[in-house]
Design a protein. Structure first.
Length: 446
């Protein structure tokens, strides 16, 4: 405890870090306040039907991602997910279309152009989803709950919801620029955390009911949940760098060997982004259906998050996106070229193309167990619901919610740890460093 208090004091001794934390907290506060501002013309006292619709199922999960803004018919009702969906499309286009490939290679100017196109596409998605959101609201609420003309309300709300999402994007960018970084992920994490207390209380109330099993059952569920949290942390921490040994020439006496170093590879170089992107894809069917709870056919099948095909598709997407993001984040050709320029080589592997192929094969092999582990954790909530755990609490038994929650918290703690380490202060963990995506491996000498 004394170490933790000392660390907090050290954090506020660093002016830059203190400013980043205060900026982040300030932007989060604005985001949370906005999630309670109801759309103009909607009576907040008559939203019971909408809250019931979002109490479980896929809409319930969407409500968790928006921090309850969806069920509040808030101006932030769409949350940040349209931006995630737009990012998916733009990045996929970067693989298939030469124009986007060219932009990716143009450095900072290309990145600015891609960001601009992503924003434009986000607005388009927001307008479509905003119209569907407003139509669903009209279907769920009584006529007396909406003071605006039924013909004008969807159009009016569509533009307000799009503006709300754009403002959320701006908040995320500000957190990235002036705060602790990972702004979009932090906003999603904030929404998830805000739903955790109510999920706990809901499960506790269920446990106290006649068929709930009592407090002993609730305590058992909490212990299981904590075990899942620890397991999830272990999996994410296991994305630490996997050493692939290589040697470095000693130029002075023209001998090989001498110094041995390691290539910093990871089990999962993509972090939590495959989870976020896969979930955004799984929201598409119900979005196309206008957020309705009266679904049939393929849309009903892909919106039933207790069903086999939903969870199979979700797990498959996570594995595919993990490989996709790893391919973007790690460039074997560049790594092989850098090694060649610096006089490095992998023992038994020829420099150049053979080294690139060796690194690529190694990445493919070590990414597979990492992606499968993420996929297994992502579908754990369906098993929790099967044994009778409340739907809202079950979402935190693994699943997208817990993976994002743990992943973003660890990354944020890593940012703080880095600032403390740069100034020779003790970190948040008394022994050992937090293993984040930006941890730096030490060279190993033989």
């Amino acid at each position: 405890m004394n170490h933790f208090i000392k660390t907090i004091r050290n954090i506020f001794k660093i002016e830059e870090l203190k400013s980043k934390i205060l900026y982040t907290l300030g932007f989060i506060l604005i985001y949370r306040m906005g999630s309670y501002i109801v759309l103009p013309g909607v009576d907040p006292n008559q939203l019971e039907a909408l809250r019931k619709q979002t109490s479980d199922g896929l809409l319930g999960l969407l409500n968790v991602f928006t921090g309850g803004a969806f069920s509040h018919a808030s101006i932030f009702g769409l949350g940040i997910m349209p931006y995630i969906s737009a990012s998916i499309v733009i990045q996929l286009l970067g693989v298939a279309i030469p124009y986007f490939q060219k932009l990716q290679k143009e450095g900072e100017s290309g990145r600015r152009k891609i960001n601009q196109l992503t924003r434009y596409f986000t607005v388009g998605i927001c307008l479509a989803q905003g119209f569907a959101f407003a139509k669903n609201l009209q279907n769920q609420l009584p006529l007396s709950a909406i003071a605006i003309s039924p013909a004008l309300f969807p159009i009016f709300s569509m533009f307000i919801l799009a503006t709300g999402t754009v403002f959320c994007m701006w908040l995320g960018e500000k957190i990235t620029d002036k705060g602790l970084g990972n702004g979009i992920s932090i906003l999603i994490m904030t929404g998830i955390i805000s739903r955790l207390p109510s999920a706990f209380l809901g499960e506790f109330s269920t446990a106290l009911s006649i068929k709930g099993g009592g407090t002993v059952m609730f305590l058992a569920e909490v212990i299981i949940w904590l075990s899942v949290v620890v397991f999830t942390i272990a999996i994410i921490q296991a994305t630490r760098r996997i050493p692939v040994q290589f040697a470095k020439r000693i130029v002075g006496n023209k001998q090989y060997g001498g110094v041995r170093q390691y290539i910093p590879l990871k089990i999962n170089a993509a972090g939590v982004m495959p989870i976020i992107f896969a979930q955004a894809i799984m929201f598409i069917p119900i979005t196309l259906a206008g957020f309705s709870d009266k679904l049939t056919g393929f849309v009903a099948t892909m919106s039933d998050f207790n069903g086999f095909w939903y969870n199979f598709s979700f797990a498959t997407l996570i594995i595919l996106f993990t490989y996709f993001y790893t391919a973007i984040a790690v460039n074997p050709n560049q790594m092989a070229e850098d090694m060649k320029k610096n006089g490095g080589f992998i023992p038994g592997v020829k420099p150049g193309k053979k080294t690139s192929e060796f690194i690529d094969g190694t990445i493919s092999r070590i990414t597979l167990p990492g992606s499968i582990s993420l996929a297994v954790i992502a579908i754990l909530p369906v098993f929790a619901r099967t044994i009778g755990i409340n739907s809202q609490f079950a979402q935190f038994f693994g699943g997208t919610s817990l993976l994002i929650l743990v992943g973003v918290i660890l990354d944020t703690l890593q940012q703080i740890e880095t600032h403390l380490d740069m100034r020779k202060y003790d970190g948040l963990m008394k022994s050992g460093r937090i293993k984040g995506r930006s941890s730096t491996p030490a060279a190993v000498a033989s």
